[in-house]
Design a protein around this ligand. Structure first.
Ligand SMILES: [Zn+2]
Length: 351
């Protein structure tokens, strides 16, 4: 099939993939600090803790969703930066051009493609990382008494912005890159970006357990003949779709409406928050999130045959060189419930 076009497409995206800022640390820190919610929203705290322990054993889609959307939220403000929206649009556009050769999740629907042609535009200032607005959204969500899974995306996004406030001070001393200490010229010309990227890619992350967030992030349920969750499996390049044990696909991310995403939009637009984000709709945000799943999986995913050896992907393996990433890791990523590896055999013309 498709292998040569897919791989060409992915390889041409390599520079933008690798220039994406690292979000794994946000998810890992988030996974280690559930207790920040204990006093503020005990119900949410309890559900995070029980979800982390029991989502697989209890076969609960709600528990999985609570974790999944919390981890997605922990990366969300970075997706909403204009440069990241651009990156995601580029990925989806390139895949869309090849859509007749591809299968879900890489097959991009016309609706998804159309929706990401418009940017979600934030009021100037702190943009997608506006701590005041995100904190007002958290209060709003709590006051509505929504279910934990419905609040998770909002709570995660708020935590991301909080992490960044701390990082501003800590990175400043490490890279000379913070708000406080950089000269105007350093910030304007982004001269430290490549040094920082190189450092991030090829040095230890101190993340002790990649599975703790990678697993729920890309897990999808398999339904049995009674339409109950039989098990969860390690999917690839999408955050959620529903498949039967016989391999039949019931519903994929691009055709599904997610309440967690709807609640994010609702809270942002509520009168008590009043965050006027142009073009923010549930469907558009879901479309961008589909591209985000593809991009993050290429960074943090795993090989279809070697889950344990590869989980955490590029950032978890600073010893992998560019050639290895391109010719081994990306070649072998996929999931047991896609009929094919995401990227198939190396086409002759590329060897
Ligand atoms: Zn950020």
């Amino acid at each position: 099939m498709k292998s040569s076009t897919t791989i060409l497409c992915i390889i041409s995206l390599m520079p933008i993939l690798l220039s994406a800022h690292d979000m794994s640390l946000h998810m890992y820190i988030g996974s280690q600090t559930f207790d920040v919610w204990r006093n503020y929203d005990p119900e949410f705290y309890d559900s995070l803790v029980s979800a982390q322990t029991w989502w697989e054993q209890s076969r609960s889609l709600h528990r999985l969703s609570t974790l999944k959307f919390y981890y997605i939220g922990l990366t969300l403000p970075d997706l909403l930066r204009p440069a990241a929206q651009d990156t995601v649009r580029n990925i989806l556009n390139k895949l869309y051009e090849e859509s007749s050769n591809l299968c879900d999740p890489l097959k991009i629907t016309e609706t998804t493609h159309n929706l990401v042609q418009a940017d979600m535009i934030f009021p100037t200032g702190t943009n997608s990382h506006n701590l005041e607005k995100l904190s007002a959204m958290v209060h709003y969500a709590k006051d509505q008494h929504w279910l934990p899974a419905e609040k998770a995306l909002i709570y995660g996004a708020y935590m991301h912005a909080l992490h960044d406030m701390y990082a501003t001070f800590m990175q400043a001393s490490r890279f000379g890159y913070g708000k406080c200490y950089d000269s105007d010229s350093a910030l304007k010309y982004d001269i430290l970006r490549y040094g920082e990227l190189y450092h991030e890619l090829f040095s230890q992350t101190y993340i002790g357990n990649w599975e703790v967030f990678v697993r729920p992030l890309y897990a999808s349920p398999l339904l049995n003949s009674a339409n109950q969750v039989d098990t969860f499996y390690a999917d690839a390049c999408n955050f959620l779709r529903i498949i039967s044990v016989s391999g039949q696909i019931y519903t994929v991310w691009q055709d599904t409406n997610f309440v967690a995403v709807q609640r994010f939009v609702e809270a942002a637009n509520s009168s008590s928050v009043g965050w006027s984000i142009q073009n923010l709709t549930q469907e558009r945000l879901e479309s961008y999130l589909h591209g985000w799943a593809i991009l993050t999986f290429l960074l943090y995913g795993y090989s279809v045959d070697d889950y344990a050896g590869t989980v955490g992907g590029i950032y978890a393996h600073p010893d992998w060189g560019f050639t290895y990433i391109r010719e081994v890791f990306w070649w072998n990523i996929g999931s047991a419930y896609t009929q094919w590896r995401i990227i198939n055999d190396l086409p002759d013309e590329l060897e």
